[in-house]
Design a protein around this ligand. Structure first.
Ligand code: ADP
Ligand code: MG
Length: 326
């Protein structure tokens, strides 16, 4: 079986937020500690991400735009113990086939920055010298300009931006150490300074709000090499349709049915009248015990020991909630 067949089907570029997600994951994979995200018109006009990561060398720029060119996996063994966020080597190629993508980058040891873009029907990469500090800027303009059918499915700028904003919040809660700025139509919308793990609640307050951090109870449970830590809000403080449900597995945000079920069950019947469990939780386990390559959008995981994981989450959250003083 070829490596390509082992890899789940192509990246899903459904809307502006999916583009932003891929670009940010690349920046994080490149070790960036600062991200500046400029969005125009909900992303349909422009999505530009600047990072201070490792950069891309001049001769690798055309490769970065080519399909199935990834610098991140070389064997099936790598695929099974996947650590980096992106690994299919298709995001940039897919994006540049449905938008005008320009890549500008400078690795630290290179004197000059270079810019690359693809042009024409044969999609050949063009190169030109540019000015850029160490790191990478990817500028994506006019999403779906050449695919009107897909453009039709875009919602209003406001809705598309709301998706991007939610994505940025999820990322902000997964990487406290990364400074993040989000601008929309030249206006600063979010600004999260880098903080240490110990100052996590400072960032959580900025991302979700004081009502969360004031009510949240800390949780930190370990069992063999599995650890669950973070914060849960006791049922009496959970609100209607609370949207603060953030669950990370080895640093990736997940919306997993089985995990949701475990948490919901931990609250039991203490949650009345359609209130929702509210939490920011981090599950950490050996990369080889979990398969993240199940769904192309990477929201679902497959645990090798699903039942045990379900019960561990259930019991940890239940114990935390039952410890509270009324
Ligand atoms: P993948 O992330 O799956 O490898 P992508 O199409 O997303 O594939 O990116 C292709 C390649 O371009 C990456 O493997 C990486 O080498 C390079 N790259 C993309 N974005 C960046 C970035 N922001 N900083 C450094 N390198 C990048
Ligand atoms: Mg990628």
């Amino acid at each position: 079986i070829s490596l390509a067949n082992q890899i789940a089907a192509g990246e899903v570029i459904e809307r502006p937020a999916s583009v932003v997600k891929e670009l940010i994951e690349n920046s994080l994979d490149a070790g960036a500690s600062e991200l500046v995200i400029d969005i125009e018109k909900g992303g349909r006009r422009r999505m530009r991400i600047r990072d201070n990561g490792a950069g891309i060398a001049k001769d690798e720029l055309p490769l970065a735009l080519a399909r199935h060119a990834t610098s991140k996996i070389t064997s099936l063994a790598d695929l099974e113990a996947i650590q980096s966020l992106g690994f299919r080597g298709e995001a940039l190629a897919s994006i540049s086939s449905v938008a005008r993508l320009t890549l500008t980058s400078k690795p630290e040891q290179q004197n000059q920055a270079w810019r690359a873009w693809v042009e024409g029907r044969d999609m050949t990469a063009e190169l030109a010298p540019a000015s850029h500090p160490t790191g990478t800027t990817i500028d994506v303009e006019d999403l779906f300009f050449n695919t009107p059918a897909r453009r039709k499915f875009l919602r209003t700028d406001k809705t598309e931006f709301a998706h991007i904003d939610e994505l940025i919040k999820r990322i902000a809660l997964s990487r406290y150490d990364v400074r993040i700025t989000l601008n929309h139509n030249q206006k600063v919308i979010r600004q999260f300074p880098a903080v240490t793990q110990a100052q996590a609640l400072t960032r959580i307050t900025k991302v979700i709000g004081r009502s969360f951090s004031d009510a949240a109870m800390a949780i930190d449970c370990a069992h063999h090499d599995v650890r669950l830590w973070g914060w849960v809000v006791p049922p009496e403080a959970c609100r209607h349709q609370a949207d603060a449900q953030y669950f990370y597995v080895n640093g990736r945000m997940m919306r997993d049915r089985m995990l949701n079920h475990a948490i919901r069950q931990a609250y039991g019947d203490t949650l009345t009248d359609e209130r929702s469990p509210t939490y920011v939780l981090y599950l950490e386990l050996p990369a080889t015990d979990v398969d993240v390559n199940v769904h192309p959008a990477k929201h679902e995981v497959r645990f090798h020991q699903a039942r045990q994981m379900h019960d561990f989450v259930l019991q940890s959250v239940r114990r935390c909630l039952s410890d509270r003083v009324h």
